[in-house]
Design a protein around this ligand. Structure first.
Ligand code: SAM
Length: 350
């Protein structure tokens, strides 16, 4: 009957449903967004406390069932059902509080979306699988620390509400769950979400690599930063010298290609330190580096890419001194320092 591909695990314990709604501290004037109302067990309890529920449901069968459940009741007029994937909705309607027994497949994108909302909702009370919930609280240096942890803790105050065992659901999921309350910070930190998240995306592509390697040693990142820098300059009427590299710099570019190759090697091996790479692999990589350098199609670098490289080097080595630190060890303060220093140099991430 239930489609577990859509994360349909119905909360059958009314005590847990009531506790979730109580934790949201709803006011009678509140508009609540419920993601994935299913058969409406949580919806009923929310409607007892709030002015209106906007329920977004991906499964038409469930949407039909919940419509039927409230048809002809006084609550019917206060329930709006949006049929479809909540993530595909280009703009969510205004709401004060979000409550969801979240379908586990969308936990991550849904949380990011809620954290990015401006103006932010007053609070979100969400049920997650345990490991996901733990990632929200993870601290630097721990295994579960990720872009999600940094973002969650940057934009909100997160608290654990309760543990929920699998037998409270029908059908029971594989793992235990946790209810978490996310209260966006007021006032909202005065930085751009897209810039901040853009920086974190780069740092956390491989959280065990050093920032030097993640930036200077990753061609695609440097190309993206160059492209953003060109946009920034165009918008600020800064004229760029777009000529080819001077011969001395071109020689450095050759060295850099070898460095890039080393960094790729580190990445492939997924080791934290180049010294950990076995010799046979190093020889292979050296061969590849020679081939790469001899490749006539290798994109020739110009003065602008060199300028961007100098700026990134200055930020990592001089301004922040974070070049040898790995993202998994960096805290919010480190990332803020990085973003500020990059922006001072005209380097942007969105
Ligand atoms: N709220 C109900 C409860 O607590 O009993 C059902 C929760 S069930 C874990 C998740 C619900 O989310 C299902 O009804 C499923 O169809 C719906 N769903 C899954 N993916 C969705 C998406 N991307 N957008 C909106 N709803 C979704």
């Amino acid at each position: 009957k239930f489609n577990t591909d859509l994360g349909q695990h119905i909360l059958k314990n009314p005590g847990v449903a009531q506790a979730i709604v109580d934790k949201a501290d709803l006011k009678q004037s509140d508009i609540v967004l419920e993601v994935g109302p299913g058969t409406g067990n949580l919806t009923t309890k929310i409607l007892e406390k709030a002015k209106k529920v906007i329920a977004c449901e991906a499964d038409p069968r469930m949407a039909a069932e919940i419509t039927k459940r409230f048809q002809g009741t006084p609550a019917q007029k206060r329930l709006e059902i949006i049929l479809g994937d909540v993530l595909k909705h280009p703009q969510l309607p205004y709401f004060d509080v979000c409550i969801s027994n979240t379908p586990y497949q969308i936990s991550s994108p849904l949380t990011f979306r809620l954290l990015a909302l401006s103006p932010a909702p007053r609070s979100c009370v969400l049920m997650f699988q345990r490991e996901f919930a733990m990632r929200l609280f993870a601290q630097p240096g721990t295994k579960l620390y990720s872009r999600l942890s940094v973002n969650a803790q940057m934009w909100a105050k997160i608290s654990h509400v309760m543990k929920v065992g699998k037998n409270n659901f029908n059908p029971p999921p594989q793992v235990e769950s946790d209810v978490v309350k996310i209260v966006p910070k007021v006032p909202r930190p005065q930085i751009s979400y897209d810039e901040w998240d853009g920086l974190l995306r780069i740092c956390f592509v491989r959280k065990n690599r050093t920032l030097r390697s993640g930036f200077l040693g990753t061609t695609s990142v440097m190309e993206m930063l160059e492209s953003n820098y060109r946009t920034y300059c165009a918008q600020n009427n800064i004229v760029l010298d777009d000529g080819p590299l001077d011969p001395a710099d071109a020689a450095m570019d050759t060295d850099m290609a070898a460095d890039e190759q080393d960094d790729e090697m580190e990445a492939i091996m997924d080791v934290d330190d180049e010294d950990d790479v076995p010799d046979f692999f190093r020889e292979e990589a050296d061969k590849k580096a020679k081939k790469l350098l001899g490749n006539p199609n290798r994109k020739k670098k110009g003065k602008v890419s060199e300028l961007v490289r100098q700026k990134v080097t200055k930020v990592l080595i001089e301004t922040t001194e974070l070049c040898e630190k790995r993202a998994r060890m960096c805290d919010e303060g480190d990332f803020l320092k990085l973003l500020y220093a990059f922006n001072q140099e005209g380097i942007h991430f969105s």
